[in-house]
Write a protein that binds this ligand. Structure first.
Ligand code: DGL
Length: 260
């Protein structure tokens, strides 16, 4: 099993292309909807919640877990990897950082408050060769609630995006990372606000990066299971979960509710 973890529904944007690229692999999607959003929480809480979900996923047969949640990848991944040295837990920041770090000019990052505060994108981009002085982060706390409320095409979304993208426009930023699971759902609006920018997000990067990872880790690849199984777990309301999946991603699912 491959476990895909998110604080809620948003990680389905990453799960969907993963499941499409690897139709035979067994997957469990885990959304901690009861405790979302993580983006406005304290680091310790983000670690504890993510750790509980990760432990649940390992207990339920995962060989490998991907933290699709940028906030969890930023605030909890390194601590979890340190605490569980024999387990395989991957995040979503490094694959994007590797891809964009060598680009010229300033890179703009749009993310949750907790992701911005963690400095994790700065750290990874620097590690792969991008100068710190050419990274500009914007925290966008209004976007996740608007997306979850189904207000993608509402004027409030336009207004919020104008405000958040304005600093990118003023600096003529041409490369933007969508550092949050939900933002791919508004990628077209962001693109229309910034037609000349190249936009990078997890759904377009993570499936290829997983393929590369598995080709280097055949011992994990062998153990994943290839029966095409799909399980969807939520700590929240399964009906709301399946409605979100259907309305925004056109995925029909029957989630199971668990209590952590
Ligand atoms: N999944 C989170 C992320 O990618 C966004 C939602 C939240 O704040 O929990 O950062």
């Amino acid at each position: 099993m491959i476990g895909v973890f998110d604080s809620g529904y948003g990680g389905l944007t990453v799960f969907k292309p993963l499941a499409e690229k690897f139709p035979k692999y067994d997957f469990i999607y885990f959304g901690d909807n009861a405790r979302t959003p993580y983006g406005s929480r304290e680091p310790q809480e983000i670690y504890e919640f993510t750790r509980q979900a990760v432990d649940w996923l390992f207990k339920n047969g995962c060989e490998l877990i991907i933290l699709a949640c940028n906030t969890a990848s930023s605030q909890a991944l390194r601590k979890i990897q340190h605490a569980l040295p024999d387990k395989k837990v991957l995040g979503v920041l490094i694959p994007i950082a590797k891809k964009v770090a060598t680009l010229e000019g300033t890179i703009g990052i749009l993310a949750t408050q907790a992701t911005v505060e963690s400095g994790a994108y700065l750290r990874e981009l620097k590690k792969y060769g991008h100068p710190m002085s050419k990274i500009f982060q914007v925290a966008a706390p209004k976007l996740v609630p608007l997306i979850e409320a189904g207000m993608i095409y509402h004027s409030a979304m336009k207004e919020a995006l104008r405000r958040y993208l304005d600093p990118f426009k003023k600096q003529n930023i041409k490369n933007i990372i969508l550092g949050c699971t939900h933002y791919p759902l508004i990628k077209n609006i962001i693109q229309s606000e910034m037609p000349d920018a190249q936009i990078f997000d997890s759904p377009s990067v993570i499936p290829v990066s997983l393929e590369n990872y598995l080709s280097r880790h055949l011992e994990i690849k062998k153990r994943i299971g290839s029966n095409g199984l799909r399980r969807y777990i939520t700590t929240g309301d399964p009906e709301k979960f399946s409605k979100f999946a259907k309305d925004l991603l056109n995925i029909k699912i029957a989630p199971e509710k668990i209590i952590l």
